[in-house]
Structure formats: structure tokens, C-alpha cells
Design a protein around this ligand. Structure first.
Ligand code: PAF
Length: 287
């Protein structure tokens, strides 16, 4: 695996490789790689001749009181995992390389509407940071494909909208959430949990499952289901941020006639904010 730190070297390398390779797939990450990320790399390998994994803890997507400083940085471990998968290129730029004039002094990409709800409502500016860095990575790599995980469902929706609005020539591929045996969605932030918090954490998914069962049984009182789910989370020891039932494709509150739904939740366990989601298709009555 070639490890590259500068934009110039990445572009030169990809230009050379493109003489024989047909396509490039990009897997953007912030490192601390787990099985969910490795799944994205394997998917990228099935789609393209060359796979570039980017590893950059992007400061512009963290709020002032969020976990930028404490975010787990495990470079050598990440390198070992990517090498074991025969990844072609790891792009791991510095902050100066990506934001030479500083994060406050750069041009931003802003996607409207769907960034104002869910995580966007609780983390103002977060998605502007995400779309800005992802757009930069798309431009730098000129990748034909980019692969993202569905655990960050809203992030994928926002990126798809950016790609569509700005006519970016890239195909977005998504992979289902990878879970622990007890249902907890894999996340780099799970590493923050104490033993007791780790035991509680799968209840976030269990709550989503309960909502899904109720919807499948014909309950369409979505507001009440959301409120019940938040109460359930609170009773168990979470501090819920939101539980929402949305129309899956347009990311707006669900109404009676919608068939393709998604239940999305964010909740704090101690100071760790976990997110998860679960799709419900009312034309398919199973879990
Ligand atoms: O999902 C993430 O890890 C990040 O938001 C991403 C897409 C790598 C952008 O920094």
C-alpha cells in the first residue's frame, strides 16, 4: 500500500495509474477503522481497479464543544488493517494540506433543507464541514466511485444531494450498517464507552426495532411512537437527542401514505453521542 500525504503526490500517482486502470474508488474515513470501514473498502475493490482510502480527522465538521481533540487516532493500526486488505493507496493529509488558509478561511459547500433537521439541527455547521471536505476529496481524487456507510444515513443523503446539485461526476455507493452481535452499530465513538455504558448502548438499536415492529403492526401515530421511543431511551439511562420517523428518500417527516420509511435516532450515553437508523418498507412486512 502506498501512503501519501500530499495532494500533489496523490494526483500524480493517480494520473500515472489511470494510464492502465479504468476506475478509482474513494473511501473517505476519519480513521480508527473498524469492520464497517473495512466492508466499505471491500465494496470499493469490487467496483474499481484502484482504491484510495482517505484518513483525515476533519476539524471543520466538529463543533466547538465536540470531540475533535479526543477523536481516536490509531494510524499504525489502520495501516495494518488496510494493508491486510491489499488497499492500493492511503491518503492521510495534514490539516495544513487540506486547509492551507485555515478552516475558518476556506470556501464552503452548503446543502440546504436536509441539513437543518436531525443531526444538522443538533450540530449546526456539521454538514457544511462534511460536504466541504468530501467535495475536496472528490475533486482531488477525481474518483469514479465513493463508498459510504448507511449508519450515517443523513450524511449519505446530504452527499447525494450535493453530487446531484453540483453535477459531480461520481457514483455514490452505500453499504449497510455493520453491527456487533448484540445489535450495537459499529462506530469509532463506541471506544469512548465504559463497560456499563457499553452494556446499555445496544438498547438504542433495540428501541428502533420496537418502533419498527409497531409500524409494521399498523401503528401510524408517528409522533406518539417517537415520543414513546424517547421515553424508553430516557428510562434506560440515555439522554435522547432525537427519534424521528421520516420518509426515507426525501428525509422529511413521514405521513400516513408513505411506504418507504426510516427511523433515525441520536442519543447520549454519558457524554458519548451515538446515532443509528433502521429502514421500514411497508410493502415488505418483515424485520
Ligand atoms: O463519516 C465520516 O467518517 C466523515 O464524516 C467523512 C465522510 C470521512 C468526512 O470527514
Amino acid at each position: 500500500m502506498r501512503i501519501i500525504q500530499t495532494i500533489k503526490e496523490l494526483q500524480q500517482t493517480l494520473n500515472q495509474q489511470r494510464q492502465t486502470a479504468r476506475s478509482v474508488a474513494l473511501v473517505p474515513t476519519m480513521g480508527n477503522l473498524h469492520q464497517g470501514h473495512l466492508q466499505l473498502v471491500s465494496t470499493a475493490q469490487r467496483h474499481a481497479d484502484i482504491v484510495v482510502v482517505s484518513l483525515f480527522v476533519n476539524p471543520t465538521q466538529f463543533g466547538a464543544n465536540e470531540d475533535l481533540d479526543g477523536y481516536p487516532r490509531t494510524l499504525q493500526d489502520d495501516i495494518d488493517k488496510l494493508e491486510a486488505l491489499n488497499t492500493d493507496i492511503l491518503f492521510t493529509p495534514s490539516i495544513d494540506e487540506m486547509y492551507p488558509l485555515g478552516g475558518d478561511n476556506t470556501s464552503y459547500v452548503h446543502v440546504p433543507d436536509i441539513t437543518n433537521v436531525l443531526c444538522g439541527a443538533s450540530r449546526p455547521g456539521h454538514f457544511d464541514g462534511v460536504t466541504t471536505i468530501v467535495n475536496k476529496l472528490f475533486n482531488i481524487s477525481r474518483a469514479e466511485f465513493a463508498v459510504f456507510g448507511e449508519k450515517d444515513f443523513q450524511q449519505v443523503a446530504v452527499i447525494r444531494r450535493m453530487v446531484e446539485d453540483l453535477n459531480i461526476p461520481i457514483t455514490i455507493i452505500t453499504e449497510p450498517t455493520v453491527r456487533e452481535a448484540d445489535g450495537l452499530a459499529l462506530s469509532s465513538r463506541n471506544g469512548y464507552l465504559s463497560k456499563a455504558q457499553r452494556q446499555l448502548a445496544p438498547q438504542l438499536y433495540a428501541t428502533l426495532l420496537e418502533v419498527k415492529i409497531a409500524i409494521n403492526a399498523g401503528d401510524k401515530n408517528f409522533k406518539q411512537l417517537e415520543a414513546n421511543a424517547k421515553d424508553r431511551l430516557t428510562a434506560q439511562g440515555f439522554k435522547p437527542d432525537y427519534v424521528h420517523i421520516f420518509q426515507r428518500n426525501f428525509l422529511r417527516p413521514a405521513c400516513d401514505s408513505d411506504i418507504d420509511l426510516i427511523i433515525l435516532a441520536a442519543a447520549f450515553v454519558g457524554t458519548t453521542r451515538l446515532i443509528d437508523n433502521l429502514s421500514v418498507n411497508l410493502s415488505i412486512k418483515s424485520l
